[in-house]
Design a protein around this ligand. Structure first.
Ligand code: FAD
Length: 406
């Protein structure tokens, strides 16, 4: 019997295992994970799980029963340490090596560690235990300083406000989110936090964090200081690709893959999710994306390519990410950074529903950021797929907006 070993037991790994079965793959499927927890989902960690509206059970991706029914062998609590590509073997901590016909690397990413020391009360949010420990500290009350106003930092700040805590958000960029969404749009996020009682200090970095849980002093680069009970560091993530380095596989800020998501120098090794850097044929460039929907879609593509090697599919998605911040559900689709122009439908200052449309060539829609407007998102996705003109999408959304107001 053939065997597929999937390393990484979060959404990318689980969805690959499940998709292999729905694609009719009848070989052995082994899902290896270094955490001994049953697989769970990550987006609720900075949202419902932190707020207390979700539990560890409610964020499970797979139960032992479901795995048994699907014929997925779970091998949890074992870290993969090395791949022997020539012998088709994965070496594991605390377990005999596994032989594979196909190997799927779905080891995701880890939070970039705090450069200002790691000790109780200084948190990152990447795994379930991180969110549980942070929640415990938040429930003790006190001032929370969040360093980094990207998606995860902004979500933690927003959840901490829901818990009625005093929150300060610090970021060295004068306007966070400006690189991804442009400075004008980034400014609306600054206003959003302000409206919801988050104090923001932007354009200033952190020099050091002194003290201990309940009594920290965060020293800023402008010489000022913030007292904090808890500090959350949300300064990005790094791919979990270190264990592949001795394998001879090409690793460069992720496992480097071709347009079929196969490792560039090993036809039977595939990359899925946050750890995969693959060649996007639509953009003519390599990409690595840290978004949930990408892990799911790439898993389906990889499962297909393993189950049907004579009918390989290229992987050329339109990127999509969502984020929940205060009373905004933000959905970003396509390419918004590096654009030449943007237009806005709706008034971010007046109502909580608007869309920003971006173009790279001055004519065609390249991406959109949509707030609290699911129908607009559907329209933008369709327009991106069809290569529609920005003006056409703008007119359609303007008509839709005025219809809703009538
Ligand atoms: C707090 C938080 C909130 C998020 N919110 C959103 C959101 O709102 N919207 C959105 O689009 N995306 C969001 N994301 C991103 C999204 O969750 C990730 O893109 C997604 O989890 C990627 O899945 P993955 O399976 O590729 O990797 P991961 O989820 O990182 O999982 C990788 C797995 O591999 C395991 N592993 C690592 N190394 C080894 C090894 N050597 N051996 C064995 N196992 C190993 C890890 O323990 C982990 O279980 C969020 C992420 C976080 C952390």
């Amino acid at each position: 019997m053939t065997s597929t070993v999937i390393v990484g037991s979060s959404v990318g790994g689980v969805r690959t295992a499940q998709a292999l079965r729905s694609e009719g793959y009848d070989g052995e499927v082994v899902l290896v994970g270094e955490e001994s927890e049953l697989p769970y989902d990550k987006p609720p960690l900075s949202k419902g799980l932190l707020a207390g509206t979700a539990t560890a059970d409610s964020v499970r991706l797979l139960t032992q029963d479901a795995a048994d029914r699907a014929g997925i062998r779970l091998l949890l609590g074992h870290r993969a340490t090395r791949v022997d590509v020539a012998a088709n073997l994965v070496e594991l901590q605390g377990h005999d090596p596994l032989r594979y016909d196909h190997l799927v690397v779905a080891t995701g990413a880890r939070a970039r560690p705090s450069p200002w020391g790691e000790r109780p009360g200084i948190h990152v949010v990447r795994v379930l235990r991180d969110a549980q420990l942070l929640r415990q500290d938040l429930l003790d009350g006190g001032h929370v300083v969040v360093v980094g106003a990207g998606f995860i930092g902004a979500e933690v700040a927003s959840t901490a406000r829901l818990l009625d805590l005093e929150v300060t958000l610090v970021d060295p960029l004068p306007v966070p989110m400006s690189r991804v969404l442009n400075p004008e749009v980034g400014g609306w996020f600054v206003d959003l936090h302000r409206r919801h009682g988050v104090r923001s200090i932007f354009g200033v970095g952190v020099e050091a964090i002194d003290g201990e849980l309940g009594d920290f002093t965060v020293r800023l680069t402008d010489g000022s200081e913030l007292a904090a009970a808890v500090v959350v560091v949300g300064i990005g993530a790094e791919p979990n690709d270190g264990w592949l380095r001795s394998s001879g596989l090409v690793v460069d800020n992720g496992l480097v893959c071709d347009q079929y998501c196969r490792a560039v120098d090993a036809d039977n090794v595939f990359g899925v999710g946050d750890v995969a850097r693959w060649f996007h044929p639509g953009y003519g460039a390599e990409m690595r994306v840290e978004h949930w929907t990408n892990a799911v879609d790439q898993a389906v593509c990889v499962a297909h390519n393993i189950a049907h090697p004579d009918d390989l599919r290229v992987y050329a998605p339109v990127e999509y990410v969502w984020s929940d911040q205060h009373d905004w559900k933000v959905q970003v689709v396509g390419r918004t950074s590096g654009t030449t122009e943007h237009v806005v439908v709706g008034d971010p200052a007046e109502d909580n529903r608007f869309a920003v449309l971006y173009t790279r060539d001055g004519t065609t829609l390249s991406g959109a950021a949509v707030v609290n407007w699911p129908r607009a998102l559907i329209g933008c996705r369709r327009a991106l797929r069809d290569g529609s003109r920005l003006a056409q999408v703008h007119d359609a959304l303007t008509a839709q907006a005025s219809k809703v107001q009538e």
